[in-house]
Ligand binder design. Structure first.
Ligand SMILES: Nc1ncnc2c1ncn2[C@@H]1O[C@H](COP(=O)(O)OP(=O)(O)OP(=O)(O)O)[C@@H](O)[C@H]1O
Ligand SMILES: [Mg+2]
Length: 383
C-alpha cells in the first residue's frame, strides 16, 4: 500500500487503479528526469563498460555524457541537458564519486536545480528524494518526524517514524537533493553535519541509527542572491565541494539553451507546432544580456540595469508565453508583438525605477536599431 506508513516508495512497486504503475509519467504535467529520459539512460547503461562507483547506476563518464550530450556507438544521440563548460560537470561528477557532497552555487536561473535533478537521475535513477529549504524548514524535514497518532497509540517504533527524503536516500544508497540550502536557518543546516561527516543519522528515541549505504551522497543548491540571509556555516562548508554555475558565456550559447528548452516545453505543453522563431529568441536574449550587463552588445552605450534577474530562465518563459500567444491568438508565427508583453513584464518588476530603466533602453537603444522597428512599436504599445 502506498502512503500507509506515511511514506511512499516513489510509486516504483505501487499500482494505481486501472493497473497503471504510479511511477509512470503518462499524463503527468512534468515527468521527473529519470522518467522523461528513461530511454537515454537505458541506452547509456547498455553501452557503459567503465567502472562505476559503488551504488551508482552509471559510470562517471556516462553520467557526464548524459549531462552534456553525445553519440553512442550504436548511433543513439544523447541530448545535452546542460550547455556550458564540460569541466564544470566533470568536477561536479567527480566530487560525487568521492565522499564529499556537492554544492551548486550561482545566480538565479543558472540551471542549479536542473543540473541537480539530472545528476540524481543519472547516478541513482531517482531524483525525487528532495528537501526544499525555506526559512521554515525544520530539523524534522532533514532528519525524521513522527506519525503522532501511531506514536501516541503504540509508542516510539520504526513504524511510527516518518523518514525524511534524506534518511530514505541514506537507506537506499541514493542521491539526496537539498534545494536552497542557505535559506534554511543555520541550526537546521547544521543537522547535516553528522550525516555528511559520519554518514549516519542517529535515532536516539529508538536507540538506533540509520547508516548510509554506499552510493549515498548529497547535492545541494544555493542562490548567490541569498547570500547574507543565512550564511553557510564554515563547518558545513568544509563538507561540500562547491561548483559555481555561471551565466552563459556567449549570446550564442544562451540562444541555444533557450531554443532547446522552449522546444521541449512547447512539446510537453502540446503547443501547436510553430516555426522556431529563432530571430525573436535572439532578440530577447540580446535585450536580457544587455540590460544585465549594463552595456550594449557593441560596448558603446552604458545602460542602467533593472532590479529583476533577467536570467536565461526568464528568457525561456518569455518565449514560451509568446509561443502560446502566437499559436492561440496569432497566425502561429512568433512575432515581436507576442514577446513584447512578457518582455516588459520581466524587465519592469519595480513599477517606478524599472520603468525608467526600460523607457531609457527603449528610446536610446531599441529605437535606433532599424531591424528592430517592429519590436520597438510592439513594446511602445504595451509600455
Ligand atoms: N547552462 C544551461 N544549460 C541548460 N539549461 C539551462 C542553462 N542555464 C539555464 N538553463 C535552463 O534554465 C531553467 C532554469 O534553471 P533552474 O531552475 O535550474 O535555475 P536555478 O539556478 O535553480 O535558479 P534559482 O536560483 O532561481 O533556483 C531550466 O529550465 C534550465 O534548463
Ligand atoms: Mg533552483
Amino acid at each position: 500500500m502506498v502512503g500507509r506508513e506515511g511514506r511512499s516508495p516513489n510509486g516504483t512497486d505501487a499500482q494505481l487503479p486501472g493497473g497503471r504503475p504510479a511511477g509512470g509519467a503518462e499524463g503527468v504535467l512534468r515527468p521527473h528526469a529519470e522518467q522523461e529520459y528513461a530511454e537515454e539512460l537505458a541506452r547509456l547503461h547498455e553501452h557503459d563498460d567503465r567502472p562505476r562507483p559503488p551504488g551508482w547506476r552509471l559510470s562517471p563518464w556516462a553520467v557526464t555524457t548524459y549531462l552534456l550530450g553525445g553519440d553512442l556507438p550504436d548511433g543513439t544521440a544523447i541530448s545535452p541537458k546542460y550547455v556550458g563548460q564540460r569541466r564544470l560537470m566533470e568536477v561536479a561528477v567527480a566530487t560525487l564519486a568521492t565522499d564529499r557532497a556537492l554544492l551548486l552555487l550561482g545566480v538565479p536561473g543558472t540551471a542549479k536545480t536542473w543540473v541537480s535533478e539530472h545528476l540524481a537521475a543519472a547516478i541513482s535513477g531517482d531524483s525525487t528524494l528532495l528537501v526544499q529549504g525555506t526559512a521554515g524548514t525544520s530539523e524534522e524535514a532533514i532528519r525524521y518526524g513522527w506519525n503522532y497518532a501511531r506514536l501516541l497509540a503504540e509508542g516510539p517504533s520504526e513504524k511510527a517514524m516518518v523518514e525524511s527524503p534524506l534518511m530514505r536516500a541514506m537507506r537506499l544508497g541514493s542521491v539526496a537533493r537539498i534545494e536552497e540550502l542557505t535559506r534554511m536557518p543555520g541550526d537546521v543546516q547544521d543537522s547535516l553535519i553528522t550525516v555528511l561527516s559520519e554518514k549516519t543519522l542517529p535515532v536516539p528515541e529508538l536507540g538506533t541509527e540509520v547508516q548510509a549505504r554506499r552510493g549515498f551522497t548529497v547535492i545541494a543548491t544555493a542562490n548567490d542572491r541569498d547570500r547574507g540571509v543565512n550564511e553557510l556555516s564554515s563547518a558545513l562548508r568544509r563538507r561540500f565541494n562547491t561548483v559555481v554555475l555561471p551565466l552563459p558565456d556567449s549570446a550564442e550559447d544562451e540562444v541555444d539553451i533557450v531554443a532547446r528548452r522552449v522546444g521541449q516545453l512547447g512539446a510537453a505543453l502540446e503547443l501547436p507546432e510553430s516555426p522556431a522563431g529563432l530571430e525573436e529568441i535572439r532578440r530577447v536574449v540580446t535585450v536580457f544580456r544587455e540590460l544585465r550587463s549594463g552595456l550594449t552588445g557593441d560596448g558603446r552605450t552604458k545602460l542602467k540595469s533593472p532590479s529583476g534577474t533577467l536570467s536565461t530562465a526568464e528568457a525561456i518563459s518569455v518565449i514560451t508565453s509568446g509561443l502560446a500567444l502566437a499559436a492561440h491568438f496569432g497566425d502561429g508565427v512568433l512575432r515581436a508583438a507576442d514577446v513584447a508583453g512578457g518582455m516588459v513584464g520581466a524587465v519592469v518588476q519595480d513599477p517606478v525605477s524599472d520603468r525608467v530603466v526600460w523607457q531609457e533602453y527603449l528610446e536610446t537603444v531599441v529605437r535606433e536599431r532599424p531591424e528592430w522597428r517592429d519590436f520597438y512599436r510592439a513594446c511602445r504599445e504595451v509600455s
